[in-house]
Design a protein around this ligand. Structure first.
Ligand code: S3P
Length: 170
């Protein structure tokens, strides 16, 4: 753990948990800048996430994700929405802990995640129901390492953001 608390909030959770939408609302509520990691990666590569996966593969994506995380974490204050896989890479987890920001897991049940991701085609890791379910299961132990868990079940993004703002740890 870092020696002092920094004005950084990392939102983590599975794809479809609402990190980008909720993150923007939390940032607005605090008057802090909002950084969406996937969006910065797409802008930096001038490609969509799906194109990066298709043309260069997942290992390359993870490398640039790591670089984007390092760069984004230089901002302060900031609310940073991670990608669904960012927090489950050990090096990233370690790095985020060292940065001393607040980690908040948006916990969303499988059926809700499926409903939200089913209609989107910019998610290369959303292939079929079974692999989606398995990936979520593999990742839960990592997500549970976040300092705060906020359930998004049946709740509007505004409500979820309000709850995060009420944590009053920043
Ligand atoms: C990924 C989730 C995506 C994106 C990439 C990989 C993952 O982000 O970073 O497709 O490993 O779960 P979202 O969680 O914003 O969809």
């Amino acid at each position: 753990m870092s020696r002092h608390r920094r004005n950084l909030i990392y939102l983590l959770g599975f794809m479809g948990s609402g990190k980008s939408t909720v993150g923007a609302l939390v940032a607005r509520g605090l008057g802090w800048p909002f950084i969406d990691l996937d969006a910065t990666i797409e802008a930096g590569q001038a490609m969509t996430i799906r194109e990066i996966f298709e043309r260069a593969g997942e290992p390359f994506f993870r490398e640039i994700e790591r670089a984007a995380l390092t760069e984004a974490s230089k901002a302060e204050p900031a609310v940073i929405a991670l990608g669904g896989g960012t927090f489950v890479q050990d090096a990233n987890l370690q790095f985020i802990r060292e940065m001393g920001g607040v980690t908040v897991w948006l916990d969303t049940p499988l059926d809700e995640l499926l409903r939200r991701c089913g209609s989107m085609d910019n998610r290369p890791l959303f292939r079929d129901l079974e692999s989606f379910r398995q990936l979520l299961e593999q990742r839960l132990p990592y997500y549970q390492l976040a300092e705060f868990r906020v359930s998004t079940e049946g709740r509007a993004p505004e409500e979820v953001a309000e709850q995060i703002l009420r944590l009053r740890v920043f």
